[in-house]
Write a protein that binds this ligand. Structure first.
Ligand SMILES: [Zn+2]
Length: 256
């Protein structure tokens, strides 16, 4: 039956906020650039990993534009950022770290075309995650096209991965995750308590050393401390309405 069968009552008529999913066996977090996933859902991934969830990462672009240095060797930067992403994944998930994959599209030029969607479907069908996490592609007034396209790739990739007649040339068994969690959500409807995992999220973010200047606005230790405080305050603000010390919020889609 189609998920949007108009004969069925809406699954969640009042759009009530839900809290703290059961940790899944495996999760795949899809980000446009190295570091996006740590910003968007690092606390939740650390929490799930500690509960035994295998945490996989898929980074869509090479991150080669992530510098303010006009003379930068962008190939070297892309290689460095892959190393940083692997280190960030390890800091988040430890022994529960799954695969860290890279689509390698050029930073700033990501598209959600069929060829790229097929590459995402391949990863979903190979890794077979219970939950897929990604950018909310419908966040209003979002400027960066890579984030929008990466979000579309996560959502449309799940649609294609779950149905057997999409991309049969991949010769991979279709796979239907149980839920999608969109971070940077335009309309959050799900809250995760990450109070105990805030430090791990921050440590993972700080694995992205090449981004200290351009993203974290940090030139020295004092700036890095300020960055940690900014992120901590943000997560505290998100949790406060619910009496939670630190929260990450999402738009949950569990009618797949
Ligand atoms: Zn990004």
């Amino acid at each position: 039956m189609a998920a949007n069968d108009p004969g069925q009552p809406p699954a969640r008529p009042d759009e009530a906020v839900t809290f703290d999913l059961e940790p899944p066996n495996s999760a795949l977090a899809i980000g446009a650039h190295p570091d996006d996933v740590e910003f968007g859902c690092g606390g939740l991934l650390a929490k799930w990993a500690a509960a035994g969830c295998t945490v996989h990462h898929l980074v869509c672009t090479d991150g080669s534009k992530g510098t303010w240095d006009v003379a930068a060797d962008t190939e070297a930067l892309a290689a460095r950022r892959q190393d940083e992403q692997r280190e960030a994944a390890r800091r988040l998930s430890g022994a529960s770290t799954g695969e860290v994959r890279f689509l390698g599209r050029v930073d700033g030029e990501l598209d959600s075309d069929l060829a790229t969607r097929r590459d995402v479907v391949r990863v979903i069908r190979e890794l077979r995650p219970d939950v897929v996490l990604g950018h909310d592609p419908w966040k209003r007034y979002r400027l960066h096209p890579d984030h929008r396209h990466a979000g579309l790739l996560a959502c449309e990739g799940v649609v294609a991965a779950r149905d057997p007649h999409f991309f049969p040339e991949l010769e991979l068994t279709h796979h239907r995750p149980s839920a999608i969690l969109l971070f940077e959500a335009d309309e959050p409807n799900h809250v995760e308590d990450v109070t105990s995992w805030l430090e791990r999220k921050l440590d993972a973010l700080l694995a992205h050393e090449s981004q200290f200047e351009s993203t974290m606005h940090a030139a020295d230790e004092a700036d890095l401390t300020s960055f940690r405080i900014r992120i901590s305050d943000r997560l505290a603000d998100l949790g406060r309405p619910y009496g939670i010390g630190a929260a990450e919020v999402f738009h949950l889609i569990d009618d797949l």
